[in-house]
Design a protein around this ligand. Structure first.
Ligand code: NCD
Ligand code: ZN
Length: 345
């Protein structure tokens, strides 16, 4: 029986939601990961230090006390985020980054940034105080083809931004394209990227297999096969600029199976197992630990974890659904097999 032991990983991009839903989802992540960067796109969004610290307390309260799991909070940038807020966030022990959502790009992004130039003073302050910027990298103009929005963002916004702020630490979140991998490789060492399990496992055909598949809809949307292959190559290359970020983004079943379904894939129930499958298929299991447990911590300047996890090559079937407030959430691979299993610590 094949088993692997890894340093306990971290999730560098996670949506935990709030209220009753937080209780339903947090332990899926806490079981597998030692730390996670928590996305601030709540309603209302987490725009102040006070909101971030009280959200942190709710997460810690919701998690199983037997599990060691540290939420690393982020602030949601708006057109009006002040330089003082950035300075305070950079000094705060619970806040690790700020998130840039171009307004209208994704779930709860309406209060995001309307024009990047408006926040140049904020970015200047982030560069000065060494607070990382996490980016949802898509243009939002309705005339741009939805499959081209990431590539266009690189040309229009990210390229100029990295030239203007060369010392700003940037995580280009959930990259989905070959252009994304190339940009990260070609740009300075202050830029890195997270990659999700769904963008490594699926191409855009998965949105339409035998009919429309709302549970495969996320943003940025899945791309064609050549992009998926480029992402697998980057993730499994051992290059420290690419690391794990699930973008696990649960929505109630009724919000996904809807005439206007929400974007987001729930993968927290099996995240490390899914990544293990990907690395095994690529013949790169020896590169998994760096991607999952070392490179993100190094980029954020945090100590690497010391605990270990064990995975066994064993097939198990993902449940059809999990409880989610008064409803259900449909997990990634619902009702289907996964070929690696995380053993209890
Ligand atoms: C995320 C969500 O639902 O909060 N959805 C998604 O499709 N990834 C938002 C995001 O990260 O874009
Ligand atoms: Zn996300």
């Amino acid at each position: 029986m094949q088993e692997i032991i890894l340093t306990k990983p971290d999730d560098w991009h996670l949506h935990l939601r709030d209220g009753a839903i937080l209780n339903d989802v947090v332990n899926f992540s806490a079981r597998q990961f030692n730390r996670a960067i928590i996305m601030p796109n709540l309603s209302p969004p987490v725009t102040s230090i006070e909101m971030a610290t009280s959200y942190r307390d709710r997460i810690v309260q919701a998690k199983d006390p037997a599990l060691s799991f540290t939420p690393l909070l982020t602030l949601y940038l708006t057109d009006n985020t002040s330089v003082q807020t950035i300075k305070d966030a950079a000094e705060h022990p619970d806040i690790y980054a700020c998130k840039l959502y171009p307004s209208g790009a994704t779930t709860n992004s309406d209060l995001g940034v309307s024009n990047i130039e408006k926040i140049y003073p904020t970015l200047e302050a982030m560069q000065e105080f060494n607070l990382p910027l996490l980016i949802h990298g898509e243009v939002t103009s309705p005339e741009v083809d939805v499959f081209d929005r990431e590539a266009r963002f690189i040309e229009k916004t990210l390229g100029p931004m990295t030239e203007k702020f060369p010392a700003l630490k940037i995580v280009f979140e959930h990259i989905t394209t070959q252009q994304g991998t190339e940009f990260v490789l070609e740009t300075n060492t202050n830029i890195a990227a997270t990659i999700t399990p769904q963008h490594l496992l699926l191409n855009r055909n998965a949105l339409f297999t035998g009919g429309i598949r709302p549970h495969h809809y996320c943003l940025p949307v899945l791309k064609r096969e050549s992009h998926r292959t480029a992402l697998v190559k980057a993730a499994t290359s051992g290059n420290a600029k690419f690391f794990l970020g699930t973008d696990s983004a649960p929505h109630a079943q009724s919000k996904k199976e809807n005439a206007c379904g929400c974007a987001g894939i729930f993968s927290a129930h099996a995240a490390i197992e899914l990544y293990t499958e990907i690395f095994e298929q690529a013949g790169a299991l020896d590169k998994l630990e760096g991607f999952a447990a070392f490179f993100g911590a190094d980029f954020y300047g945090l100590p690497r974890n010391t605990q270990k996890i064990k995975l066994r090559k064993e097939t198990w079937k993902v449940p059809e659904s999990y409880p989610f407030e008064n409803e259900s959430v449909i997990p990634f691979r619902a009702g289907e097999p996964i070929h690696w299993k995380l053993l209890a610590a």
